[in-house]
Write a protein that binds this ligand. Structure first.
Ligand code: 3HC
Length: 725
């Protein structure tokens, strides 16, 4: 394959510089591994080579083993695609060689990249380099000896932290912990690495085989204690995933039986993990996330992003303040507009509280907080709007209010200004009905809390210009969100797909199932919390605001009850006043409130949907299916109507917007592992018993009948131009 190669240059000083080249990140494709074996063998056999410097092209060392190979193995199950690297290349050829190797690291050394570097006898790095073993995020473990060498270089605790949390570090920290031997300016990296390698060869600097070291491991008793605590932590942070415990098993093997035994164990369990459903889901998400940045007719037509330096945010409630926070944190000036000084003051306080929260967590310094606040200006009128590049409207979900705001800002902002709304559900054509600037209007749908949630759903209409979409995608990346471009419809992609999820949970309660049990089943599946706890968290305002909108858009697919209305009538507003389905006390986890039962009974009595008036009896698995399959059914409609460019966009939207478990690959990917046929048959049966809410969509029916997966093919540019996109 063109562009994939390993080259070697031997200098008059007797140093062979071996360079990995596979842009953009020098991923370790099997051809690179083969190339490394070949060049190393040549270097060992040449009398004019005394030492080796291993480095990477295009300003990077390596982003690790080629993840495309993992994806191929997931499709074929063929493990023979995995080359023997950990023993054959890293131990036998590099580490145990008669000539020393020095890794010259620039840019990044991640996963297999860092593992190759740790097999070398020293590591020299430029200051900006990022070093880490993020393999657990792909459902596998560090596989080229990483589980053995990292603890031996940086100590057990730090190594476990870096692996379990997939946390990378910069060169400076690497040096402090002993992973890096020296930090040098990029322009001197190769020169100093050559000298270092020669000095090792001449025994003027230590020749260290990290796999044989034990000095950083501590005593066996200490190691066992650290591993015990780590296992408990892994259980907490990754309850449904195997790779965290397996990684600790491999580390433990090496601590007890020596590094080489650990390498062998690591290689064996790596192969088992590659075939796990967790790895399949996580690798799918890795590529799906990167695919979202490719939007036909937008990112492939040679557009250049315009500079967005000043943004006006209208409405400083929960969403507006979160949006403003995320903008100022990323160096974008914000004009904050409210209708009176009381609201404005409250909004400014919320932004300060957001920033203080980040400071408490250690992710923001006082200096950065001050810098962010200096970019913020509160206003009560539109006079400053003539200088802004973009407006984001974030007022309450009122059609008439939004329409009048858009009519105003169209007149007051520069003619090129982007006009965005943060509506979570209202059709954008309705929002922009009273303007003549539909080409500049689009949705910037953030998820709450907007300064923390990673998804930015960008909603385009048939009239939104590609330049405007491209600009907002660029802003999205600047503010460190993952932008997913979707078409215009009620609820857009995320809320539309997931409205039946809440409806189904609500329906189950009215069929007689305990709501706390539903929440337990859903969180055991891997959602951050169940649907009722989530409703408490967000408050019930949105429920009332969008109920009517959804009712008219999705007639026949709604289950309405009085449950939330009764809660509010009984003085329960959710987390905001400490009482909802749960009791919320500061500093402790929400507790199920048994006294909710009387309200539930009253709502059940009014809804009167239990067959024969008796509660239904269902297993936990049925609860799971009855809550998620209606969402899958709606996802099918979303794909059928071409609201998303590709099925995997919906996977990313569900993972980043709803907290759908990443390791299950997203809602469509997960549904395909369950099977369209099965989902269709269940929905059909429930539709017969419980009514039209469960009726399977024609897309699902067709896929089930033809035995096809639900994930559709990507849309061609022509299809895009004819679709809602
Ligand atoms: C046996 C071993 O222990 C197992 C392993 O090594 S598994 C691999 C471990 N490495 C990783 O997990 C790193 C994965 N990569 C990343 O985190 C990020 O891509 C990065 C930090 C390297 C670069 O980030 P960024 O600059 O934002 O660029 P990003 O868009 O993510 O990637 C650029 C391209 O490189 C590709 N890429 C990145 N890492 C890759 C890898 N390890 N294999 C294959 N492709 C890779 C991406 O898919 C993307 O391709 P595209 O342009 O066609 O979409």
């Amino acid at each position: 394959m063109a562009g994939i190669r390993v080259s070697m240059e031997v200098g008059s000083d007797g140093v062979a510089v071996i360079t990995i080249s596979n842009p953009p990140v020098n991923a370790l494709h099997p051809m690179i591994i083969a190339g490394l074996k070949e060049k190393y063998t040549e270097a060992m056999n040449r009398d004019d080579v005394k030492a080796i410097v291993l480095t990477g092209d295009v300003g990077k060392f390596s982003g690790g083993f080629d993840i495309n190979v993992l994806a191929e193995i997931h499709k074929t199950g063929d493990l023979s695609r995995l080359p023997d690297v950990s023993v054959e290349l890293v131990v036998n050829i590099i580490e145990d060689a008669k000539k020393p190797s020095v890794a010259a690291i620039r840019g990044l050394a991640l996963g297999g990249g860092l593992e190759l570097a740790m097999g070398c006898h020293a590591r020299i790095s430029s200051p900006e380099a990022e070093l880490g073993l993020p393999e657990l995020t792909l459902g596998v473990i560090p596989g080229f000896g990483g589980t053995q060498r990292l603890p031996r270089l940086v100590g057990l605790s730090k190594a476990i932290e870096m692996m379990l949390l997939s946390k990378s570090i910069r060169a400076k920290e690497g040096k402090e912990y002993g992973l890096i031997d020296a930090i040098v300016p990029p322009e001197e990296l190769i020169k100093i690495s050559r000298l270092w390698a020669l000095e090792i060869a001449e025994r003027c600097k230590p020749w260290i085989n990290s796999l044989c070291r034990t000095d950083r491991l501590g005593s066996l008793a200490e190691a066992h204690e650290i591993l015990k605590v780590a296992r408990q932590q892994a259980k907490r942070i990754a309850p449904n995933m195997p790779q965290h415990q397996v990684c600790l098993d491999a580390i433990q093997e090496g601590v007890v039986f020596g590094g080489y035994a650990g390498v062998l164990k690591e290689a064996k369990v790596f192969k088992e993990l590659v075939l796990s459903s967790t790895s399949k889901g996580l690798v799918h998400v890795f590529f799906a996330q990167r695919a979202t940045s490719k939007v036909p007719n937008v990112t492939d037509v040679g557009l250049r992003p315009r500079q967005i330096k000043r943004v006006a945010v209208i409405g400083v409630g929960l969403m507006g303040s979160g949006i403003a926070t995320t903008l100022i944190l990323n160096n974008i000036s914000v004009i904050l507009k409210e209708i009176d000084s009381k609201f404005l003051h409250k909004g400014l306080k919320m932004i300060e509280a957001n920033l203080e929260g980040l400071m408490k967590k250690g992710s923001l310094t006082q200096d950065k907080m001050n810098k962010a606040l200096s970019l913020l200006k509160g206003v009560l009128d539109y006079s400053e709007f003539k200088h802004v590049d973009m407006v984001i409207e974030a007022v309450i979900e009122s059609v008439s209010l939004k329409q009048s705001i858009f009519a105003d800002i169209e007149k007051l902002c520069p003619p090129t200004c982007i006009l965005a709304t943060n509506t979570s559900s209202i059709d954008l054509n309705i929002v922009g009905e009273r303007t003549h600037s539909q080409d500049r209007i689009l949705g910037a749908h953030f998820f709450s809390p907007a300064h923390l949630m990673p998804l930015l759903e960008i909603v385009r209409t048939e009239k939104t210009s590609p330049q405007v979409i491209f600009d907002l995608m660029t802003v999205g990346k600047t503010i460190k969100k993952v932008p997913v471009v979707v078409g215009n419809c009620t609820g857009f992609a995320v809320n539309r797909t997931f409205f039946p999820y809440n409806q189904a949970a609500n329906m189950l309660v009215h069929l007689g199932v305990d709501l706390f049990r539903i929440d337990r089943v859903i969180s055991n599946f891997g959602m951050p919390m169940g649907p009722f706890q989530l409703q408490d968290l967000g408050g019930y305002g949105l429920h009332f605001a969008v109920g009517e909108i959804y009712d008219s858009a999705f007639r026949g697919r709604m289950f309405r009850s009085d449950l939330v209305k009764l809660l509010v009538e009984n003085g329960r507003n959710g987390k905001s006043n400490g009482k909802g389905f749960y009791i919320h006390e500061k500093g402790s986890k929400p507790k199920p409130d048994p006294s909710i039962q009387a309200i539930v009974e009253e709502s059940r009595r009014r809804a009167n949907v239990m067959p024969g008036g008796k509660p239904i009896i269902v297993s936990d698995q049925e609860i799971l299916e009855m809550v998620f399959f209606p969402a899958v059914n709606e996802a099918c409609r979303v794909m059928d109507e071409r609201v998303v460019v590709r099925a995997s966009d919906l996977d990313i939207a569900s993972v980043l917007g709803m907290g759908f478990p990443r390791y299950r690959g997203g809602i469509v990917f997960w549904a395909d592992t369950v099977g369209a046929g099965y989902i269709y048959s269940r929905l059909k049966k429930w539709a017969e018993i419980y009514g039209g809410f469960f009726r399977p969509s024609s897309y699902l029916e067709e896929r089930a009948n033809k035995g096809l997966p639900l994930s559709m093919h990507d849309m061609s540019p022509l299809e895009v131009s004819r679709s809602r996109m």
